[in-house]
Design a protein around this ligand. Sequence first.
Ligand code: CUA
Length: 311
Amino acid sequence: MNGTFQMPPEASTLAHQVDSLYYFIFWGAVFFFVLIVGLSLIFVLKYRRRPGQVMTPRASHNTPLEVTWTVIPLALVILVFVWGFKGYMALAVSPAGALEYHVTAKQWLWQVEGPDGETSVNEMTVPVNQAVKVILRSEDVIHSFYVPAFRVKQDAIPNRYTTLWFQATRTGDFDLFCTEYCGTGHSGMLGKIHVLSAEDFEKHKEATAGPAAGMSLADYGAQLYKQKACITCHSLDGTRKTGPSFKGVFGHQVHLADGTTITADENYVRQSILDPKSQVVNGFEPVMPTFQGLLKPNQIDALIEFIKAQK
Ligand code: CUA
């Protein structure tokens, strides 16, 4: 379970297969590098020109030797091919009955829709010991879905679905990276895969279904603020992040990039969530993606109440 110098700890059913082949190729390359470079150095020293020595006659041909250095590498590359092809097929074809997640990549976040239609941003919650199939697409440029601990990677491409699958072997949080350069926010396009026990996964499903009984709208908004990743760009304490802080916004005047001034009321907040580029706050980049389709009407209400409470 411990990682190595080159690899993080394995956390999926196929990770070990990937690592075995990787290390076979790696140590094979090390072996031949040492053998060939070592022998070259020895020969250069041993047979260097010395005064009074006659030149050795040129060797022309040695059939057993040539057959040997052809057959051994050939056998090795065939082995690597068959081994790699089997692993590739195992990774490419998801097992029947896998839990399906739809993941949309866009500059610069991961939008996740789970098997029950629950949505989240930059977070994917899956059960342990169960096959999970990820159906990927991109809304703009090429991104790439990469989870090192699971040894899976797949490009997300506009106008086409691509898929990958994994089965996590232990619980915990695992890094999700975008591994295809996709613009200025590429390095920040990070996510987490939360692997939960079957029990916790059931609890999670209940928790994401909606507000808990008796929860106020503003409290539900506070939960969504984290779940929907508003927290990434908007602080609550006045700190300037990628987007303006929520502190003291509601009910006050906001200066927009187009020179106009607007009062931050319910409609302002709602429009900022659904069509962020229509009213960019002065001094900020128009980078926020729309949350249209990602939030239900009552969730938008909850966020409005939450922002109202940030005095
Ligand atoms: Cu998305 Cu890099």
